[in-house]
Design a protein around this ligand. Structure first.
Ligand code: PMP
Length: 283
């Protein structure tokens, strides 16, 4: 069955889901996006995702394409029309269509695309599966807190990881600090069992999953330290994992061919995975 996509005011079949060649998203990557997890037909952490969307837009002086209640209605209608119970919502807003010129158009009308896709998510009793990581130089711009569609450095980093058989690129800035993953936040577990992750700021995207996991961990008496750490600290950690709305909690067992801890999925990572999985199932 052909998918239905919302494009600028209409629900159209996927094959007709096209944007104008002068959409500023297409020409300048002048836009932002969100990916929201869908489980049992419910949007997980919808409020935080839409808050982040509004923030990203505000930071770029792009207007919301519509008010929040109608936007929520479009998202739910897109889910309904595609019969998605388990999957994702992809949402993209750009500064709209205008004759090509770097400066902002006079009266821009934001473009909005909303798509729903089916995915299989882990069962309630499943265990996380580990994978390999690779270090990649963080070559991104200085506003990684904005969820921009300009993802070229992430694309190159993740392609490099894939070529090397890894599940994620671990991004490292020139001073050796581990910022985040190519499309995830990075966490380490220290000798005392505490979690460490990079603090919020322009160097990283404030992952919605990151925020949820911080709360779930603290509720479970696991301490969370939001301080920068470098690649040596990461290599000496007991456990390493990455998080995002769609990768859940992914253990990283080996980086650049060097084993992390005992090379197996660790107890803290397993626990965090279960807590997050339960959170998504509870809606
Ligand atoms: N950092 C980057 C660079 C990302 O692309 C993502 C996924 N969108 C994340 C972190 C995790 O964000 P979230 O938990 O909101 O999916």
């Amino acid at each position: 069955m052909a998918r239905t996509v919302y494009v600028n005011g209409s629900y159209v079949s996927e094959r007709n889901a096209v944007v104008h060649y002068e959409d500023r998203g297409y020409q300048f990557a002048d836009g932002v996006y969100e990916v929201i997890l869908v489980r049992r037909g419910r949007l997980i952490d919808e409020i935080q995702h839409l808050d982040r969307l509004e923030r990203s837009l505000r930071e770029l002086s792009i207007s919301m394409p519509m008010g929040r209640p109608p936007l929520e209605a479009v998202i739910h209608e897109t889910l309904r029309r595609n019969f998605v119970q388990e999957g994702i919502i992809y949402l993209q807003v750009t500064r709209g269509v205008a004759p090509r010129d770097h400066t902002f158009p006079k009266a821009p009308i934001s473009s909005l695309v909303v798509a729903a896709k089916r995915r299989n998510w882990p069962a309630s009793d499943s265990e996380p599966k580990g994978g390999l990581g690779v270090f990649v130089r963080d070559e991104r711009w200085a506003r990684c807190d904005v969820k921009s569609i300009s993802l070229l450095p992430n694309v190159l980093a993740k392609e490099k990881a894939k070529q090397l058989g890894a599940v994620e690129a671990i991004l490292v800035s020139d001073d050796g600090t581990v910022t985040e993953g190519g499309s995830s936040n990075v966490w380490i577990v220290d000798r005392k069992g505490a979690l460490h992750t990079h603090p919020l700021g322009p160097e990283i995207l404030g992952g919605v999953t990151r925020g949820v996991i911080k709360r779930l961990a603290e509720d479970a008496q696991i301490s969370v330290v939001e301080e920068p750490f470098d690649r040596n600290a990461l290599m000496n950690a007991r456990e390493v994992f990455v998080t995002s709305a769609t990768s859940f909690v992914k253990p990283i067992l080996n980086i650049d061919g060097v084993q992390i801890g005992d090379g197996k999925v660790g107890p803290v990572t397993s626990r965090i995975f279960s807590l997050y999985n339960a959170h998504t199932l509870a809606g």
